[in-house]
Design a protein around this ligand. Structure first.
Ligand SMILES: Nc1ncnc2c1ncn2[C@@H]1O[C@H](COP(=O)(O)OP(=O)(O)O)[C@@H](O)[C@H]1O
Ligand SMILES: [Mg+2]
Length: 387
């Protein structure tokens, strides 16, 4: 070890200090050293140059090792701290270690000092390295999280934009085309029966395309969510699910829902969709119960299926990215996502998100901007049972 270490020594006896320095040099330690014997100087020295190591005597006329240790523990707990003392009773030794000292060396056995210092410094290095690695890990997790927020928001924005374009532009163009075709048919004289028939077939074809466009736009982002709100969207989605899968899906809504913001709407709705997809794919359920309710400034969505029940290992599985995504979505709005399962009884998903943005955390750095835009009434394409 050739790197110079800076040592802060608490020692009133100059001769002892020399002996200690000698032992350090003898043990191959290259060092600079500040010697102090009062609390004031100790504090001053700590600030002047942060030491790599603190060595302290036990009792001094004006200061003591325990006080130095207490100060070091609050100001620099990472710095190795070694007692170098005359005889110490066993109980005192135990007490020093209990209070956080790294080691102790008796002045009568200074040959032990250098190895103790080497070890303490190495351990401190390892601790610092571990801390750095942990900080890096935390940082990359944060980055991943931010990336996932970003991806989610651009995806939602993109879906909204495409849904709108498909819905408004294509829908209107086709409606126009159909009207032209009807006009054309009416202008054809009675003896052009074949051509009249043809325009009718084409017109029916356009109707089919309009239906398909409605479906695509609605799947991308259901207009009912933006137009009628979360509760209506959940009811609509549950109905669709029931029709498509044959799994009975009942919804209870107990919220007097003033318009929620888009983040909340989207989060709940997408989590609900993902939950239904999971039920369809994994649950083997014949019945689902959905509850949307308000409770203590929070909005809560509970989805119970009476299927096989998710297992602990499925919940914590590294491949459970769908669950992870749902958890992230809720967490980003300061809420929580819980999933529990009982074998043979079913699975319960519970999402809870605070209603007020103020109580949410500040991770919404990537603002999502799928704001509402009034739609032309001629091209209203949403199909939902109520409304
Ligand atoms: N409602 C449910 N009932 C039973 N098992 C479920 C249910 N939802 C999820 N699971 C289990 O949890 C796993 C993780 O779900 P998820 O993260 O959405 O991944 P994926 O759906 O892509 O498999 C699923 O593979 C499935 O085994
Ligand atoms: Mg899934």
């Amino acid at each position: 070890m050739s790197k110079e270490v800076h040592i802060l020594m608490v020692e009133d006896d100059a001769a002892d200090a020399e002996l200690i320095k000698y032992a350090l040099r003898d043990g191959g330690i290259v060092f600079s050293l500040d010697r102090v014997d009062t609390e004031r100087d100790f504090l001053h020295s700590l600030v002047q140059q942060t030491p790599d190591l603190i060595l302290t005597d036990y009792a001094l006329p004006l200061f003591d090792g325990f006080s130095a240790l207490a100060i070091a523990q609050t100001k620099h707990p990472e710095i190795p701290f070694i007692f170098v003392t005359g005889t110490l009773g066993e109980e005192v030794v135990i007490e020093t270690l209990k209070r956080g000292a790294t080691d102790y060396v008796l002045k009568t056995r200074l040959t032990r000092l250098a190895p103790a210092v080497h070890r303490a410094l190495q351990e401190a290095d390892e601790r610092a390295e571990r801390k750095r690695a942990e900080a890096q890990l935390r940082e990359s997790r944060e980055q991943l999280r931010a990336l996932s927020v970003y991806l989610q928001s651009v995806r939602e924005e993109e879906r909204t934009r495409i849904a709108r374009e498909v819905h408004d532009e294509l829908g209107q163009a086709l409606t126009g085309l159909k009207m032209d075709l009807v006009w054309l048919g009416s202008k054809l004289s009675k003896d052009r029966k074949i051509l009249q028939e043809k325009t009718k077939i084409m017109s029916a074809g356009i109707d089919g395309i309009i239906q398909t466009i409605r479906r695509i736009a609605t799947e991308l982002r259901p207009g009912v969510l933006d137009d009628l709100g979360l509760a209506a969207a959940i009811e609509w989605q549950a109905h669709e699910f029931q029709v498509r899968t044959g799994i009975q899906c009942s919804v209870t809504v107990a919220v007097n829902e003033s318009p929620l913001d888009d983040h909340l709407n989207t989060a709940f709705f997408r989590i609900f969709q993902e939950t239904l997809t999971n039920i369809m794919r994994h649950a083997q359920a014949s019945r689902v119960e959905v509850q949307l309710k308000g409770e203590k400034d929070c909005l809560i969505l509970e989805v119970k299926d009476y299927g096989r029940g998710i297992s602990e290992s499925e919940i914590s599985g590294t491949k459970s990215l769908g669950l992870l995504g749902m958890r992230e979505r809720a967490a980003l709005l300061g809420g929580s996502f819980d999933i529990t399962g009982i074998p043979g009884m079913g699975t319960c998903v519970k999402v809870m998100i605070p209603l007020k943005p103020a109580t949410r955390n500040n991770l919404q750095r990537h603002e999502i901007s799928y704001h509402r835009r009034p739609r032309s009434s001629t091209a209203r394409l949403e199909t939902h049972p109520r409304g």
